[in-house]
Write a protein that binds this ligand. Structure first.
Ligand code: GRF
Length: 211
């Protein structure tokens, strides 16, 4: 299955996909890596692996939708069947979500529906939660609100800081994101009528892996 991966920064999740694809562990081909910033390290990772890249800077566009139409135009050249958001720090317009309906995945560093938005590690610590993690979900118009597919869960330790949580959660992400994408590539997970489906059944809850 042809995938496009969108990044804004370091791209450690992108790297995990590159490694999984190189090892033939998932049924994906990374057709293009697109960034909205020319300094995104993810672009360097992609080039090192011989993957096509594109950079379209959002700052050059008057509004969100014209930027989204420009990136969709670029992505369409590669006819991706799956769009993987991997630290892509732009909110996508309803137009873009509709254009690629049911084909966009995101990973969010929290156990959704808890802690949508930013600074999740700090907020989890402040709340005194016992567990934290990351969630792969379909992208809909609602920010971090689309149907969930797979969550990775960790127990918070007494000495955890926002930094230790960030790195422990990222290690989990590097495992669960390719696994969720593989379920999609195999046609086992699909999106229909606002729901995620697994093997033909609506997923009321995401799959959960404990780490
Ligand atoms: C990840 O933690 C992901 O949950 C969030 O953005 C971060 C991206 O990190 N959406 P990286 O660029 O893949 O290292």
């Amino acid at each position: 299955m042809k995938a496009a991966i969108l990044v804004s920064g370091s791209g450690s999740n992108l790297q995990s996909f590159i490694d999984q694809v190189a090892g033939n562990r998932i049924d994906l081909e990374i057709a293009v890596v697109l960034a909205n910033r020319s300094d995104a390290w993810g672009l360097v990772r992609a080039k090192k692996s011989g993957i096509d890249t594109a950079c379209i800077e959002h700052a050059n566009f008057a509004d969100r939708e014209s930027f989204d139409r420009a990136i969709a135009n670029e992505l369409d050249r590669f006819a991706p069947e799956l769009i993987i958001l991997a630290g892509f720090m732009r909110i996508l317009s309803p137009w873009f979500v509709k254009h690629f309906e049911g084909k966009i995945l995101n990973i969010h560093p929290a156990l959704l529906p808890l802690y949508t938005g930013l600074h999740t590690h700090e907020r989890v610590l402040k709340a005194g939660d016992s567990h934290h993690g990351s969630t792969v979900h379909f992208v809909t118009e609602e920010l971090d609100g689309g149907p969930r597919i797979l969550a990775g869960r960790i127990a918070i330790r007494a000495d955890d800081t926002a930094d230790t949580l960030r790195s422990r959660v990222q290690a989990v992400e590097h495992q669960i994101y390719p696994q969720a994408a593989q379920l999609f590539a195999q046609g086992r997970v699909t999106y229909r009528d606002g729901n995620a489906w697994l093997d033909g059944k609506i997923m009321a809850d995401p799959l959960i892996l404990n780490f």
